[in-house]
Every structure is written in C-alpha cells, then in structure tokens.
Design a protein around this ligand. Structure first.
Ligand code: FES
Length: 147
C-alpha cells in the first residue's frame, strides 16, 4: 500500500492506491486547512483553494494523479509542486507538506529528514480482511447449511 509521509506532522499514513489525499488526511486527523479553510471550505469540490499541499521530494512519475483542469486554473500562480489535496489521488508513496503557505521554523531540516528515510514504492499488497469478518462469514455458511 502507498505511504503518505506528512512532513509537517511527522506522520506516515498508509492508504489504498487511488485514495483521495484530502480524505486520507481528514480521516487521520491531519490539520489540512489553515484558518480560512477551517472557517469554511468547499468540502472537496476544488472551489475554495484552501487545501494546498506541497509534494516535496522526488516522487516517481504516476505517484499521484495528474493535475486536474481545476488545479491548472487555480494553481497557475503557485509552485508546480503544489496540489489541491481534494483533487489528488495517491497511487504510490509520496512526501507531502500540508499548508505550505504557512512556514515553520525547522521546515528545511524536517523535509531533509523525511527525504532521508526510504518510503515503500507501493502499492505492495491489499490488506487482509479482519479475522472477525471471516469468522462471521463461516458461521453464516454453517447456519445456512443447517436449515
Ligand atoms: S477543499 Fe476546497 S479546493 Fe480543496
């Protein structure tokens, strides 16, 4: 599975190939939005331009979905490595800096440290379903056979 390394938060998060970056970040409790986005965002429609992320480091081609037409328009004055999280699907492992417009003291050191740790290329494998679900299925089968 791809790993998203959130540099600012110092957190590695696994996701399914093709998952939406915004949805993964919100699910993991990552502070994706600055104040403006916290007060009001478009919910992932690509209209509010508050879910900026910077894809730091060299990611292999195809690690993320290509820029959408919305991003091409909304990010035309931003660095090429910036993306809108809500418009981005993760295919392979990447390093991401949330809220790149907000600086923090040791950003360069943290980015360098994040780059120095290898990431799995991903996708590697799909997770096995929890054992409990397998047991429920087998019980259902057993009770069906009894009837
Ligand atoms: S959530 Fe509004 S542009 Fe991404």
């Amino acid at each position: 599975m791809p790993v998203i390394r959130f540099v600012r938060e110092g957190l590695d998060v696994e996701c399914y190939p093709g998952e939406n970056l915004r949805e993964v970040a919100l699910r993991e409790g990552i502070a994706l939005y600055g104040l403006k986005g916290q007060l009001g965002n478009c919910g992932g429609c690509g209209q509010c331009i508050t879910c900026f992320v910077d894809v730091v480091g060299e990611s292999s081609p195809g690690s993320l979905s290509g820029r959408t037409a919305v991003e091409e328009q909304k990010l035309r004055r931003r660095p090429q490595s910036w993306r809108l999280a809500c418009q981005t699907l993760v295919q392979q492992s990447v390093l991401v800096l949330t809220r790149p417009q907000v600086g923090f003291g040791d950003a360069d050191q943290r980015i360098a440290a994040a780059k120095s740790q290898p990431l799995p290329a991903g996708p590697t494998s799909w997770p096995e379903p929890p054992a409990e679900e397998q047991d429920e299925d087998s019980e259902t089968t057993t009770s069906d056979e009894e009837v």
